[in-house]
Ligand binder design. Structure first.
Ligand code: COA
Ligand code: AMP
Length: 630
């Protein structure tokens, strides 16, 4: 069938379409109904079906005779370690880890926070939770203690699983001080912290609370997969919203497994036994879906890479891993390729490796800028596939359906809607706009399987964030347009979320943190375009009257505050001290005008008659020029 036929079938009869896909998986109790409403009026996929995602990702392949095939390859240039797990070995490791968690009192519905570097134990811990029907919440290892504490308080986990350290290039990042601080800040106290000790950093154990992963594993008996409802949560993944409180995106088990299995074939053209490499981090949605669950449910071999695109040891790192493990498809963020291009613009290091195995390259997480696209396509002479999705959807919304019918690429477009996603462009009053016109990217309900059913313990925020603005639609908070051929162009966020080196961050949260500084009267943080990181946050700060701090000192302290409260990857380095901020007559800060100024699109600025003090714009403009931001 052609892409068009498949896509149209998925919208004409979503229930029939997804029920057929569900039959590809071995359920413990197959669902009888595809879509139904739950008690709270939410549309849910596959209610009544029972399954276990760890069983689908591991035991099902062992039982089908694939036990000796590699499931997970670990490559760590930062430690020099490598290892491989067959499906049988990974199944056994996960079964023992699940036994360990069970001994520690973890059961169905309990939460477990996982704060780990890119080591196999991170994947094992996730799958062990899934095996027991427990709900994991992985926190990216780059987050500072405060972010970890917020997530611990919201998820209320029984346990935290961690390692003694992460490694950033040649820098050891001990995790224990971060966890200790997070637990001091958090109101909720998990019963235990289980550490994977690594030779690079020791743990000073808190007796009774801290446990050694290896000792506990040695004592454990393997646990069998526990049947769970299709609508039981598999995980919570926190993502940045517009305030300091992150959104706990809930992922249900059945719909997610069905959607990932389908997408692995239809979008990524991956089949059992093939090797799929996603260079990201298990702390992000890309890691959840396409390092862990997608490739394993599909029966592929996945690669856990504890390194960077550059300086581990050089800009040939990606080509080395692809060639060494014979990856058929590779997926990373555009920023990672920009890092490679910056260090090796001629891609000389590519000459050292045979990457003939590589068929397709996928990128997502931020806009693929045309210069990076052209460099990649020229360098690799292979399809470079941009695709658009969000933590909330869990899998691609717009992509090139490489496993169905590769479509011609248009630079700047993520190509065509994926099956199940009925995408419309709406103006601010909710009316559809004609082809070629820019507006809000919205998805007509129902969302396909795998997308978030709610936010953790915050249904009201779920409705308010995604459903209330355009009744009958999911509001993506991205803007864009669809051209006459149906190609979707995603232009950027319409809210206070920015994307820094493929990391999603909230400018609202940064403003809340900066607003606590003793010298700051008010502030606005906006994202400005950056050639390397995509976007970079810049803070415009009005100091309090009578404050004796120099602008340099304020800049330094605020940058440090953001590092300490969010993490170094937030990369707030530029702070402009100004006398006033542009505001509307009613006192709202005109962030959009500040962003527009940075983009040098003066004609789209709020009209001076609606601004409280139009000279404030000139002042921001001057500050940008003085700080080299324009
Ligand atoms: N633990 C601790 N610190 C971390 C960290 C982690 N897991 N990840 C990043 N940091 C720190 C870095 O060490 C750096 O610290 P510094 O300012 O003290 O030097 C800071 O955060 C900024 O890091 P980053 O934004 O990652 O920049 P970089 O120059 O170190 O690396 C890339 C650039 C492109 C390699 C990196 O940003 C990257 O891999 N991005 C892709 C993200 C991604 O996979 N997104 C998911 C969508 S596919
Ligand atoms: P995250 O939830 O971290 O995956 O971030 C999701 C956001 O990243 C989206 O809402 C977009 O703003 C942006 N994004 C992700 N992929 C793309 C893409 N291919 N093109 C443009 N923007 C993207």
């Amino acid at each position: 069938m052609s892409y068009r036929e498949i896509y149209e079938a998925s919208l004409r009869d979503p229930e029939g379409f997804w029920m057929e896909q569900a039959q590809q998986l071995s359920w413990m109790e197959p669902p009888r109904q595809a879509l139904s409403q739950d008690e709270e009026g939410r549309q849910r996929w596959f209610r009544g079906g029972r399954l276990n995602v760890s069983q689908l990702a591991l035991d099902a392949h062992v039982n089908a005779g694939r036990g000796e095939q590699n499931a997970l390859l670990y490559d760590s240039p930062v430690t020099g370690n490598r290892s491989a797990y067959t499906y049988r070995e990974l199944r056994d490791a996960v079964a023992y880890a699940a036994g360990m968690l069970r001994d520690l009192g973890v059961g169905h519905g309990d939460r477990v926070v996982i704060y780990m570097p890119m080591i196999p134990e991170a994947v094992i811990a996730m799958l062990a939770c899934a095996r027991l029907g427990a709900i994991h919440s992985v926190v990216f290892g780059g987050f500072a203690a405060n972010e970890l504490a917020t997530r611990i308080d919201d998820a209320q986990p029984r346990l935290v699983i961690s390692a003694s350290c992460g490694i950033e290039f040649d820098r050891i990042i001990p995790y224990q001080p971060l966890i200790d601080e997070a637990l001091q800040r958090a109101g909720h106290a998990p019963e235990h912290v289980v550490y994977v000790p690594r030779p690079q950093a020791a743990v000073s154990w808190t007796p009774g609370r801290d446990l050694d992963w290896h000792e506990q594993m040695a004592r454990a008996a393997p646990a069998e997969p526990v049947p769970v409802d299709a609508t039981d949560p598999l995980y919570i993944l926190y993502t940045s919203g517009t305030t300091g409180k992150p959104k706990g995106v809930v992922r249900d088990s059945g719909g997610y497994a069905v959607a990932l299995n389908w997408s692995m074939g239809a979008v990524y053209d991956m089949h059992p036994g093939e090797i799929f490499w996603t260079a990201s981090d298990v702390g992000w949605i890309v890691g959840h879906s396409y390092i862990v669950y997608g490739p394993l449910i599909r029966g592929c071999t996945t690669i856990v890479y504890e390194g960077k695109p550059v300086r581990t040891p050089d800009a040939g790192a990606f080509w080395r891993v692809i060639s060494e493990y014979r990856a058929k498809a590779f997926f990373t963020a555009p920023t990672a390729f920009r890092a490679v291009k910056k260090e090796d613009p001629e891609a000389r290091l590519l000459g050292d490796y045979d990457i003939s195995c590589l068929e397709n390259v996928f990128v997502a997480g931020e806009r693929l800028d045309p210069p990076t696209y052209e460099w990649l396509a020229d360098t690799l002479q292979r399809p470079v596939i941009d695709h658009w999705w969000q933590t909330e959807t869990g899998w691609p919304i717009v992509a090139n359906p490489m496993g169905i019918e590769p479509m011609p690429v248009k630079s700047g477009s993520a190509t065509l809607p994926v099956a199940g996603y009925d995408i419309r462009i709406l103006d601010d009053s909710g009316r559809e706009v004609p082809a070629g016109e820019q507006g809000n990217l919205a998805i007509r309900l129902p969302l396909p399987p795998g997308c978030l059913p709610t936010l953790w313990h915050d249904e009201a925020r779920f409705r308010q964030s995604y459903l209330d603005r355009f009744p009958g639609y999911y509001d993506t908070s991205d803007a864009g347009y669809i051209d006459e051929d149906g190609y979707v162009f995603v232009m950027g966020r319409v809210d206070d979320v920015i994307n820094v080196a493929g990391h999603r961050l909230s400018t609202g949260e940064m403003e809340e943190i900066i607003g606590n500084h003793r010298a700051v009267a008010e502030c606005a943080v906006v994202g400005i375009q950056d050639e390397y990181k995509g976007e970079l946050p810049v803070a415009f700060v009005v100091p309090k009257d009578g404050v004796e701090l120099s602008a340099e000192r304020i800049e330094e302290e605020l940058a440090q505050m953001i590092r300490n409260e969010i993490g170094a990857f937030a990369a707030l380095r530029r702070v402009a001290v100004v006398d006033k901020l542009p505001k509307t007559r009613s006192g709202k800060i005109l962030r959009k005008s500040i962003r527009t100024l940075a983009g040098q699109e003066r004609e789209q600025l709020a009209t001076p008659s609606t601004i409280d003090d139009p000279t404030s714009l000139d002042e921001i403009d001057e500050a940008m020029q003085a700080y080299g931001l324009r």
